[in-house]
Structures are given as structure tokens and as C-alpha cells.
Design a protein around this ligand. Structure first.
Ligand code: FAD
Length: 444
């Protein structure tokens, strides 16, 4: 069992007795009021909900998510490597403080929006014929449905990887990694090597490796563990880091990580995971104290249950040029779940940027339908990204220029604040942003 899942993010008061969940069956609006149901409160779902609430004030909007909070994944790399020695296990206060930099309560995001309702529940099925969503506690009628349930870790059928490796997909995962890092030091003798192995040298793997490269020796010092007996290794199956980013980024990232003391092993494809050892395709064996798997994502397994949607290779949902599920009018799919080809005929990457852009588009499209107007087809924007790589250093592709160093790091902070301010009241956005800055500064 992960050591940290006992606390409920992000409730700051004493845990109250749970009230019995109310059934949501009777939420059928009157014939004139259209109900838009949004499944999933991630980057895509939240953007769609907020924009619809503004542009379609006469509609009733319901957003359903299994959590009480929206997760800001872009800072997980800092959270999971946050520098401090916690009480054993991770103390409640530390836990809540860490979580509050990435877990943003929906009640804060949706406060003051009369036409927007949040329901915390597990989505179980959709009956497209009867236009009903089946939740754990009942069902919901919809006139328009937006599916934004995101993706999950893909362990790529590598034997024992899901039991012996840790994933970094949710806020709980990030906190779990942080907690298990402590465990690795606590359970190792001074002469043992605490070896952190990161499976995958994509964006998430490199960000996390960079942060750990900065933090790990300091953490060792806090645990009185000899610095020479700690190591961070990235195992990347292909011949380059940061896959789709291109050679300039791959080489810069490799140099930066190595400068921070991280071992980068390319062409190192993991085929099996034994107890404390990974086996590579070429027969090499790499020992680990902690294995973090960052190399695979796949659409939410919820898709497997849904009947009546056209899937691409049993994978994402194929959408048309208005992001409607093919053959299903008024059912929209956005973010990591949607299969949409870009101009150069490659699927759009699974990023927050794409999810938000699509949430925004779908809100516009639905709001236009309400007033009987048409809206142009969806056109994805050119991808831009920033990859932080430890301390105040990052690489960025801004579309017209590629840059590295302090400036892109600063830009990432500005982008982060802009995002928080776009979904939260200004004061709350500042507090969340400041929590992130605190962790970041402490890690440096
Ligand atoms: C560690 C990490 C770092 C990342 N960093 C970046 C970055 O820096 N920049 C970037 O652009 N992208 C980044 N990404 C990718 C980005 O997070 C995703 O592409 C984005 O979150 C997809 O948005 P979405 O709306 O499709 O789904 P999500 O944001 O994943 O939201 C899905 C929501 O659905 C809810 N849900 C799922 N299943 C159910 C169910 N059955 N019932 C009820 N609720 C459910 C979940 O709780 C979640 O809130 C990162 C991802 C990870 C894992």
C-alpha cells in the first residue's frame, strides 16, 4: 500500500463524517434549458466548463470528476522531489501543503457561477441512446456531452512493471513517489547505494530526472547518507531524449542532465522487472532502489466499457473536425482521449495545451449551436513547450525560437501563474502559485 493515501486532498479542517451521497437521478432540466454534462475536470474539462458558463449563460452545465480537485500535472516533477525530511510517514500538514501547489479545489474554481454545478463521482458508463451518464450514485441526463476523462499510465505489458515501479500520473502518485524516496533512504545502510531509476526519457522523465539531480545529494545529506552512494539514472528505449522535440532539445537535455550528475542511458529498452533489478533488451541488468515509470500513457481504460464509439486501434476516440465523436451528434471528446490528426497527419500530442485548446473550442461550438449559428472547424495551434531541467534552467520551443537557460524557466513560472489566474480568483491563484515557488526555491 502506498504510504500517503490516507489523507484527503485538499481538506484543511478535521475530517468530517461522510454524509451519505445523494442520488443525482433527478437532475433532468426543463425542455428549454439545455444540460451540458462534462465528464472529467482536467485541463480540457475545466476550460470547457468555464468558457461555456460564460458563453452559454442559459445552459445548465454539470461537471463530474472522481476527485474534489483539479490536478496541475505540470509541477508534479517538483512535488515528487520536494526537499525536506518529513515525519514518519509523510505528516498531514506537509502532505496538505505539498498537495495545495497542484491540487486546486473545484469549489474554488467554480465559485460564483450559478449555471455550473460540480458533482464528485465516478463515471461508470454512458447510454448514448437514452442520453444518460451512469455515475456511481445515480445517473445524469445530457443534451450535450463532453468526454474529457484523460489518460492513464501504460505499463506496456512489461512483466511486473506495475507492481515494482511507481507511476507519476496523479497527485497521489507524485506524493507517493516523494514518500517512497524517504523510505529508500530510511531502509538503506550507509554503504548501500540508493539508486533511483527513471524508465523513460520523454518530457516527464527528463523533468523529474533534472529535479532529482539537483535534490538527491541534498536529501542524502539530510539523511546522513554518503553522497557518493546515491545515483539517478534515466533509461530511454530509443536513441534520444525528449522524442518528438528533435535533436537540438535531445542533445541539450542530455548534456544538462549529465551536468547534474544524472546517468543517461539511451537504447536501453526495459523488458522485465525483477525484485530491485530491471532487465534490458540487450541483457544488461540495472539495479534500483526506486523505479519510476514515465514512458507510457494510454487513454483512460473507461473507454473499454463504452460501447458505440469509433476508436482508433482500440485506443483513442476518433473525432470529426468539430471534435464530435464520429457518428454521435452532440457528443464531444477532448484532450488525451481524442484522436485528431494534425496538418502533417500525425495525432496531436497528449498535452495540457491541446486539451485546453479543445475545451475552449468545444465551448464555443456548443454555445454557437444554442443560438443557431455555425462555428468554424477546429484547427490545432502549433505546439509550444517548456521543459524544466533542474534548478532555474529550462529548454523551450516558442514556435519562432528555441531557447535554453534561465529565461525559459522564468517563462514557465509566468505561464503557470497565467493558468492559475485563468481558472481561479486572483488571490487564490497567487497563493497556489506561491506554494509552487516555495517548493521550487527550497529544492534549489
Ligand atoms: C507528470 C506529468 C507532467 C505533465 N506535464 C505537462 C506539461 O508540462 N505541459 C503539458 O502541456 N502537458 C503536461 N502533461 C500532460 C497533461 O497533463 C495531459 O495531456 C492533460 O492533463 C490532458 O488533459 P485532459 O483534460 O484530457 O485529461 P486530464 O487532465 O487527465 O483530466 C482527466 C480528469 O478526469 C477524471 N477522471 C478520469 N476517469 C474518471 C472517471 N471514471 N470518473 C470520474 N472522473 C474521472 C480525472 O480525475 C481527471 O481530473 C503532463 C502529464 C503528466 C502525467
Amino acid at each position: 500500500m502506498p504510504r500517503v493515501k490516507t489523507y484527503n486532498i485538499p481538506v484543511r479542517t478535521e475530517t468530517k463524517k461522510r454524509e451519505p451521497k445523494k442520488s443525482v437521478q433527478n437532475t433532468i432540466p426543463s425542455a428549454e434549458v439545455k444540460q451540458v454534462v462534462i465528464l472529467g475536470g482536467g485541463f480540457g474539462g475545466v476550460r470547457a466548463a468555464l468558457d461555456l458558463s460564460k458563453w452559454a449563460p442559459s445552459a445548465k452545465i454539470v461537471l463530474v470528476d472522481r476527485n474534489k480537485f483539479h490536478s496541475y500535472t505540470a509541477d508534479y516533477y517538483e512535488l515528487s522531489a520536494a526537499l525536506f525530511v518529513p515525519k514518519e510517514p509523510l505528516g498531514r500538514e506537509e502532505y496538505l501543503e505539498l498537495a495545495s501547489s497542484v491540487a486546486l479545489p473545484f469549489k474554488d474554481i467554480f465559485s460564483g457561477r450559478a449555471n455550473l454545478k460540480f458533482i464528485q463521482s465516478e463515471v461508470q458508463d454512458v447510454d448514448f441512446k437514452r442520453k444518460r451518464v451512469l455515475l456511481k450514485e445515480g445517473h445524469l441526463h445530457y443534451d450535450y456531452l463532453v468526454i474529457a476523462l484523460g489518460s492513464e499510465t501504460n505499463f506496456c505489458a512489461i512483466p511486473h512493471l506495475n507492481e515494482r515501479g511507481l507511476e507519476i500520473k496523479t497527485t497521489y502518485d507524485a506524493l507517493n513517489i516523494r514518500s517512497t524516496l524517504d523510505e529508500a533512504f530510511e531502509t538503506s545502510g550507509k554503504n548501500d547505494v540508493v539508486s533511483i531509476v527513471i524508465g523513460g526519457g520523454g518530457f516527464t522523465g527528463c523533468e523529474f530526472a533534472g529535479e532529482l539531480g539537483v535534490v538527491i545529494k541534498k536529501l542524502a545529506k539530510l539523511y546522513n547518507h554518503p553522497a557518493k552512494n546515491v545515483s539517478v539514472t534515466v533509461l530511454e528505449g530509443s536513441g534520444a531524449l525528449l522524442g518528438r522535440a528533435g535533436a537540438w532539445f535531445s542533445e541539450k537535455a542530455k548534456r544538462r542532465l549529465e551536468k547534474l550528475g544524472v546517468k543517461v542511458e539511451l537504447e536501453s529498452f526495459i523488458t522485465d522487472v525483477k525484485k530491485k533489478e530491471v532487465i534490458l533488451k540487450d541483457g544488461r541488468v540495472v539495479k534500483f532502489s526506486l523505479l519510476i515509470w514515465t514512458a507510457g500513457v494510454r487513454p483512460n481504460c473507461f473507454l473499454e466499457k463504452l460501447k458505440g464509439l469509433k476508436l482508433y486501434k482500440n485506443n483513442c476516440i476518433i473525432v470529426d473536425s468539430n471534435l464530435q465523436a464520429v457518428g454521435r451528434e452532440n457528443v464531444f471528446v477532448i484532450g488525451d482521449l481524442a484522436y485528431f490528426l494534425s496538418e502533417n497527419k500525425t495525432p496531436l500530442p497528449m498535452t495540457a495545451q491541446v486539451a485546453m485548446e479543445q475545451g475552449h473550442y468545444v465551448a464555443r461550438f456548443i454555445a454557437s449551436k444554442f443560438i443557431g449559428k455555425s462555428w468554424p472547424e477546429y484547427r490545432p495551434k502549433k505546439e509550444r513547450f517548456i521543459v524544466p531541467l533542474g534548478s532555474k534552467y529550462a529548454l523551450a520551443d516558442l514556435g519562432f525560437i528555441k531557447i535554453s537557460g534561465f529565461l525559459p524557466w522564468l517563462l514557465k513560472r509566468v505561464v503557470g501563474f497565467k493558468y492559475f489566474a485563468s481558472i481561479l480568483p486572483f488571490g487564490k491563484a497567487f497563493l497556489v502559485w506561491r506554494e509552487g515557488i516555495k517548493i521550487s526555491t527550497n529544492n534549489d
